[in-house]
Ligand binder design. Structure first.
Ligand SMILES: Cc1cc2nc3c(=O)[nH]c(=O)nc-3n(C[C@H](O)[C@H](O)[C@H](O)COP(=O)(O)OP(=O)(O)OC[C@H]3O[C@@H](n4cnc5c(N)ncnc54)[C@H](O)[C@@H]3O)c2cc1C
Length: 385
């Protein structure tokens, strides 16, 4: 069987690509091949099951990697571009995060299936194990299929339960494509735990800064959750892209971001004068365990309590790794890719999504890239058909 287009990978980018091809109205024989048992399995798990597909605040500063400028060009053009692939409504929350109005990520995968399944051949639970120029694709069950165009949408290296274990990059390196260094991003951080051991399980609303070589790169407001290895929580995910690939980094927690240093200091001084014991000076002001940890650290380091509370820094030793991250930093080097998302080494081989050297911030930026690049790759293929 010869297909006009074979999309390898039925995740967010592959499905967007296939849908655009289907909607072109052209008579095209399309196949989607996915290693998972159903299409869009990861997509159905995104945004804590609610599917945060984009963000009203789209700007180039939210993208990283060698393809960041290119990604920004197509992803930032219209925050709602991805949403137009679907036939239902979307709403944005107070942080600009765009979700299906029914807040169900599985509705995204279901919609793709509804629109694609009768117009494309779908191969599930089978991996492409070799791509020969021309194209002939070998599948893990021994079958071989042929295609005029291939769109490579195999995702990255995070969370191997979604069949994205990083093994598929090797399918295109024989053609000369380089893979940049890979790191987990949007991920929990391993930090110094000396002062936070008793805090395991505590969540605090903080201002959290990421610093590299002592220089603060970004500060966000959100939850920090203390764990046995370091810190987690939405604020941690949000700063992780700034430090995942850096050495000599730290996070700085500001507790009580809405109360000024002078107000807290005055309160501590008044409590001291009233005879409050040293260990209890922050009780009621902070969660008791947090208060005691701050006071213990101030004592151990000879610092002022309020300074430690406002500047609780933790050296970062690394991340929790690819199995826990939401996205891969790094991927197929953009030097080998044209503006049409085509390989510079193999004609009619196109790319989209996380497999490329592009990653985005937390907040819908990665799905927006996956959808818009999938559509862009489909447009490029359509021009040739
Ligand atoms: C838990 C979680 C939550 C997330 N939440 C959000 C969110 O709310 N908002 C957001 O913007 N981003 C989110 N992301 C990131 C986002 O899901 C990904 O960046 C996006 O899915 C990437 O799309 P993709 O098509 O490039 O790859 P994927 O969606 O990962 O799809 C790749 C597909 O390729 C298949 N595949 C791989 N190799 C082969 C092969 N050799 N043969 C056949 N098939 C193969 C896999 O089975 C997989 O289905 C989240 C990620 C995770 C893990």
């Amino acid at each position: 069987m010869i297909y006009d287009v074979v999309v390898i990978g039925g995740g967010a980018s592959g499905l967007a690509c296939a849908l655009r091809l289907v909607q072109s109205g052209k008579k095209i024989k399309i196949a989607i091949i996915d290693a998972g048992e159903r299409l869009g399995k990861k997509l159905a798990a995104t945004g804590n099951g609610q599917g945060n597909i984009s963000n009203t605040n789209m700007s180039p500063s939210h993208y990283y990697g060698g393809g960041a400028a290119f990604a920004a060009k197509i992803a930032c053009a219209d925050p709602y571009q991805g949403s137009r692939l679907f036939d239902f409504l979307f709403t944005a929350d107070e942080k600009g995060r765009i979700y299906p109005s029914g807040r169900q990520a599985s509705s995204l995968s279901d919609c793709f299936m509804r629109k694609i399944s009768s117009a494309a051949d779908i191969f599930l639970s089978v991996k492409v194990t070799e791509i020969k120029k021309g194209f002939s694709l070998r599948l893990s069950d021994g079958r071989e299929i042929n295609a005029r165009f291939v769109v490579f949408c195999v995702g990255g290296k995070v969370q191997k339960q979604f069949k994205t274990d990083g093994s598929s990059y090797a399918l295109i390196t024989p053609f000369g494509h380089k893979i940049t260094s890979l790191y987990p991003s949007l991920v929990q951080l391993k930090t110094e735990t000396k002062y936070i051991k008793p805090l395991k399980g505590i969540r605090a609303d903080c201002a959290l800064s990421a610093a590299v070589d002592g220089k603060i790169l970004k500060t966000v407001r959100g939850d920090v959750i203390f764990t046995e290895y370091g810190v987690s929580g939405n604020a941690v995910f949000a700063v992780s892209p700034l430090i995942t690939d850096k050495r000599n980094s730290s996070v700085i927690i500001e507790f009580l971001p809405d109360i000024s240093k002078s107000v807290i200091k005055k309160n501590i001084d008044e409590r001291k004068q009233a005879g409050c014991s040293a260990d209890e000076l922050l009780s009621g002001t902070l969660h008791n365990k947090l208060g005691r940890a701050v006071i213990a650290r101030a004592k151990a380091e000879g610092g002022e309590i309020v300074s430690v509370l406002k500047n609780f820094s933790l050296p970062v030793f690394g991340t929790l790794g690819f199995d826990y991250a939401q996205v891969t930093r790094g991927g197929v080097d953009f030097n080998g890719i044209t503006e049409e998302l085509e390989s510079k080494y193999v004609k009619n081989l196109f790319f989209a999504g996380e497999v490329l050297d592009v990653d985005g911030d937390c907040g819908g930026y990665n799905l927006q890239w996956a959808f818009t690049s999938g559509v862009a790759a489909a447009e490029s293929v359509l021009k040739r058909l």
